[in-house]
Ligand binder design. Structure first.
Ligand code: SF4
Length: 250
């Protein structure tokens, strides 16, 4: 699926190309440039979806809460046993958070996460008849759920594009690609929602998250292999054939 860029042997790596000044008239959020970025992401990651293992919206909600400051791989190691032990949201709602702590300990921040998961279960059972809400306003009432988690559940499970998931990868890569100059996830989300067609919001998030895992690492991104390289002016690129732009960095 991932096709490394065709890098000519004659091209010489130039890690310091560019003086940081932008070419006059350059607009990083021009519709043609954004559409080219989306096209290349589609070619690179045509069928990607959420990497968190889940069978229903409750499991996805729990997995997303557990994934904060952790990795999907780590969470996927924990959740099969967890859902075997507590198969329904009602089972979670009967727990004290302390009872859940050992099972989620390895995902980090386990005390807060246990509180959030049990609190979420109680609210969903008491206020929503045991069903995960299908809209942003109600989801944001659930303990441990902020816009990022709500967007994951709405987009991935319910197929509703209410926003763009801004996790650490989307945050970093949107800045490198100059789709935003902001640093706050909520504002970045607003910037992306203005630039990207609504029917692409969910897929775009998944594609960028995969790009962050495969190539555009926080440290030492693999720019030499990146098919977006010649339209990416990130200041912290490790290899570049185009000018780098000051401030376009993670
Ligand atoms: S060229 Fe480098 S910094 Fe730019 S998107 Fe690709 S991997 Fe990331």
């Amino acid at each position: 699926m991932l096709r490394p860029a065709q890098v000519s042997k004659q091209r010489v790596a130039n890690n310091s190309k560019g003086n940081g000044r932008k070419t006059a008239g350059y607009n990083p959020v021009a519709a043609t440039r954004v559409s080219e970025i989306l096209k290349r992401l589609d070619q690179l990651y045509p069928d990607v979806t959420c990497a968190l293992t889940h069978r229903d919206p409750w499991e996805l909600l729990v997995a997303t809460i557990l994934s904060a400051q952790s990795t999907d791989v780590r969470v996927n190691m924990v959740t099969p046993e967890l859902f075997k032990k507590y198969p329904t949201v009602q089972d979670f709602a009967k727990l004290d958070p302390q009872q859940l702590e050992p099972a989620v300990r390895s995902t980090g921040f386990f005390r807060n996460k246990s509180k959030s998961v049990v609190g979420a279960a109680k609210l969903i059972v008491n206020d929503f008849g045991g069903n995960v809400p299908e809209n942003m306003d109600d989801l944001l009432k659930v303990p441990g759920v902020a816009r990022k988690t709500a967007n994951v559940v709405l987009g991935t499970w319910f197929g509703k594009a209410e926003g763009v998931v801004v996790d650490t990868h989307v945050h970093r890569i949107s800045r490198r690609l100059e789709l935003t100059k902001n640093d706050d996830p909520k504002t970045i989300e607003q910037d992306l929602m203005k630039l990207i067609p609504r029917d692409k919001w969910t897929l775009f998030s998944h594609q960028v998250i995969w790009h962050g895992r495969k190539l555009c690492f926080a440290r030492s991104p693999k720019c030499v292999d990146c098919p977006l390289e010649n339209i990416c002016h990130a200041e912290d690129k490790t290899w570049s054939t185009v000018e780098k732009h000051k401030g376009a960095k993670a």
